[in-house]
Design a protein around this ligand. Structure first.
Ligand SMILES: [Fe+2]
Ligand SMILES: [Fe+2]
Length: 213
């Protein structure tokens, strides 16, 4: 993936109190995860710029996407339940999956984020969602493709695809995650399969015009 657009700095973008978010993160998230979050913020910003999406919203969602990453399972379940999030059997068995929904809850409650696009992108960053916006797609991809995820040939190939066809890149990221889950005999959330199928059909529909919205 090409270098981030250096004329755009996250610090100059959104009215969100970014320093307050960084302070909050330093108290709730270990330093390596904060670095991941900052790389997701930058990668989302760059991908959004590349695909003519809203860079401010992409950067915000990137900065906020993992707020609840280190909340314990009980806290994730309680916060999700009290906010009316539908909890499936897979999430009950693996509450960590709820960190995306709960990060959106924290973004709203702690930092006053009300933008449905930004909140949706936070919620969808792990499993995606059939019909999700391109902004959600950008943040979903940024989470998996940020430079800290490594440089193996498979990831590099997906990064290349992400510059041409966001939907096809979403399919490839889902495939990669599904392979990993099968290999490690972990539960598969049905939403990831639905996201994959939806993105595959979207990619086929838009061919050969690959970067349209
Ligand atoms: Fe996450
Ligand atoms: Fe993440």
């Amino acid at each position: 993936m090409a270098a981030p657009v250096n004329v755009i700095s996250p610090t100059s973008l959104h009215p969100l109190p970014r320093q307050r978010v960084l302070n909050w993160l330093s108290e709730h998230v270990p330093p390596p995860r904060v670095k991941h979050i900052l790389r997701v913020e930058q990668t989302a910003l760059w991908l959004a710029h590349h695909h003519h999406q809203d860079v401010e919203r992409a950067a915000q969602a990137g900065l906020l996407h993992d707020l609840a990453k280190y909340f314990p399972p009980d806290k994730l379940l309680n916060l999700a339940q009290s906010a009316g999030v539908e909890i499936t059997a897979v999430e009950e068995a693996d509450p960590h999956l709820l960190h995306a929904d709960v990060s959106a809850i924290v973004a709203r409650q702690e930092f006053g984020v009300n933008d449905p696009e930004v909140l949706g992108a936070i919620r969808n960053h792990t499993l995606g969602m059939p019909g999700m916006s391109l902004l959600s797609g950008v943040v979903f991809l940024a989470d998996s493709l940020e430079p800290g995820r490594g440089n193996n040939p498979e990831l590099e190939a997906i990064r290349q695809v992400a510059q041409q066809d966001l939907y096809q890149a979403i399919v490839l990221v889902c495939d990669r995650t599904l392979h990993h889950l099968i290999e490690h005999r972990r539960l598969i959330h049905p939403r990831m399969v639905l996201t994959r199928n939806w993105a595959m059909q979207k990619s086929a529909q838009q061919a050969p015009r690959k970067t349209s919205s």
